[in-house]
Ligand binder design. Sequence first.
Ligand SMILES: [Zn+2]
Length: 103
Amino acid sequence: MSNRWGISKHVEDLVRERDLNCVYCGISFISTIPTYKTRPTWEHIVNDVRLRGEDNVALCCGSCNASKGSKLLMDWLKSNYCSTKGITEKSVAMPVKSHLAEK
Ligand SMILES: [Zn+2]
């Protein structure tokens, strides 16, 4: 059983438990009233939908997802959006950091 992004229920559960905050900007999905910008959205950290494990699937807010789009993570981190929000290689959540460390 998988959701519409081809993410298995197992991975979905793991990620939902792990990512209580946007993996990029850190906004809380628990204490923030969900709007188009703050709601949790499914994110492939590396833009490859074949990578569906919990190490590449994460929850990020609608705002970060819209800004990142199909950009490469490293390129996106240099964007105005990230510098305005103070999103850096050091501020992102663990699953994102592990990808940066692989580079
Ligand atoms: Zn965010």
